[in-house]
Design a binder for this molecule. Structure first.
Ligand SMILES: NC(=O)c1ccc[n+]([C@@H]2O[C@H](COP(=O)([O-])OP(=O)(O)OC[C@H]3O[C@@H](n4cnc5c(N)ncnc54)[C@H](OP(=O)(O)O)[C@@H]3O)[C@@H](O)[C@H]2O)c1
Length: 353
């Protein structure tokens, strides 16, 4: 495994583990995955030197945090454990309460990093960072991170916190490269980290899906990456991934990850549906792409032009409204699950039900 060259209390592996899949119905991997495969993935990741583990309070309404925490089982010495708050009501007391709830689900006394899952369009970061500062002061969290933040808000968040906001977690892959515009140059010049989410474009870049074999789970069924026309348009890029992979005895997914982490400020957090995928993803950290290979991949990626339906301003606003509506539903569901676990199930247990 390779690690980021940055001054953090614990090392951050260039390949981490994303755990949105754990206990989340959107991925449709089922109970067997949540109960057996997911914990096995975590244990194998630890054995292979992965230190960066990423989760969020809304993944599976808190299930992802619980599964991850149980599998880590207190082996935290080398782990850089990070979760995310959904900033629905980001006032300080709520931020503090959500951090405690996440730490409880994870079974830890301290989070190595606490991230804001997405910018709140209505509330300035001064509000949420007041809560983050309090959490740092009492030692419940070490670093603060953000996610899906444009550069101006990342910097505003730092000003509001009064110290570094270590990382920004954004979609970054061969088919999602907008971070190269300003986030990556900022991260590199200021010793910050870009955590690449969806580095395999939800699995597209593994090259297993095509027009007649498309993923059916809700996380991907309506995703434009898997639109039949876009799958066809991605074929040329996947052919280059295979070609480069042949020279390294590597799979397209491994080459796609090697391309993402080629940048010194990037750590990637691929999700995995099996232990074999995790092992393969970890092995990608050892692939050193030659300059001409990196260039060939970048060029093929720039040639990939997915169909993009023109969207009116009204439609964009409606989509954003729907997104926040769904987020609110997930957030309240997460709290409801906590409440049931703490009060209903424990009172059932007391009454011998
Ligand atoms: N901050 C945010 O807003 C945000 C958004 C999205 C994701 N994330 C984080 O980023 C993590 C990763 O993103 P993601 O899960 O969306 O997408 P991803 O990592 O790009 O893709 C994961 C999927 O790709 C397939 N895959 C993984 N390794 C493979 C391999 N070696 N060979 C073939 N297929 C492989 C698996 O699906 P199949 O086997 O079923 O094909 C797996 O579930 C998440 O778990 C989450 O922690 C954060």
């Amino acid at each position: 495994m390779r690690y980021l060259g940055i001054d953090t209390a614990k090392r951050i592996s260039k390949i981490g583990l994303g755990t949105w899949q754990f206990g989340s119905s959107e991925w449709g991997y089922g109970n067997g995955y949540a109960e057996r495969e997911a914990p096995a993935i975590v244990i194998r990741a630890l054995e292979l030197g992965v230190t960066l583990f990423d989760t969020a309070e809304i993944y599976g309404f808190g299930s992802s945090e619980r599964i991850l925490g149980e599998a880590l089982d207190g082996s935290l010495d080398s782990v850089f454990l990070t979760t995310k708050i959904m900033p629905v009501v980001p006032v300080a007391p709520v931020v503090e309460q959500r951090a405690v709830a996440s730490a409880n689900r994870l079974g830890v006394h301290r989070l190595d990093m606490y991230q804001v899952h997405q910018p709140n369009p209505l509330v300035h970061d001064r509000t949420i960072m007041r809560g983050m500062r309090a959490l740092q002061r009492i030692g419940l969290i070490d670093e603060v991170g953000v996610s899906n933040y444009p550069l101006a808000r990342w910097r505003a968040a730092e000003d509001a916190l009064g110290s570094r906001v270590l990382s920004n977690q954004v979609g970054y892959s061969l088919v999602a490269r907008s971070a190269e515009r300003d986030l990556l140059p900022f991260a590199e010049s200021h010793n910050r980290v870009l955590i690449a989410s969806s580095p395999l474009a939800h699995g597209l870049l593994a090259g297993r899906y095509h027009g007649t074999s498309r993923p059916a789970n809700p996380a991907r069924a309506t995703n434009p990456f898997f639109h039949p026309e876009n799958l066809e348009r991605a074929e040329e890029l996947i052919a280059v991934l295979r070609e480069v992979g042949d020279a390294h005895s590597a799979t397209p997914a491994q080459v796609a990850l090697a391309w993402v982490i080629h940048h010194p400020a990037v750590a990637a957090i691929p999700g995995a549906s099996s232990v074999e995928q995790l092992e393969s993803n970890v092995a990608a950290a050892e692939i050193e792409l030659a300059d001409d290979e990196h260039q060939a991949l970048s060029t093929a990626s720039a040639r990939y032009r997915p169909i993009d339906e023109p969207v009116s301003l009204a439609r964009r606003k409606l989509t954003s409204l729907k997104h926040w509506g769904k987020t609110l539903k997930y957030w309240t569901n997460t709290m409801w699950h906590d409440y049931r676990l703490e009060h209903v199930q424990s009172s059932d247990a007391r009454n011998g039900k």
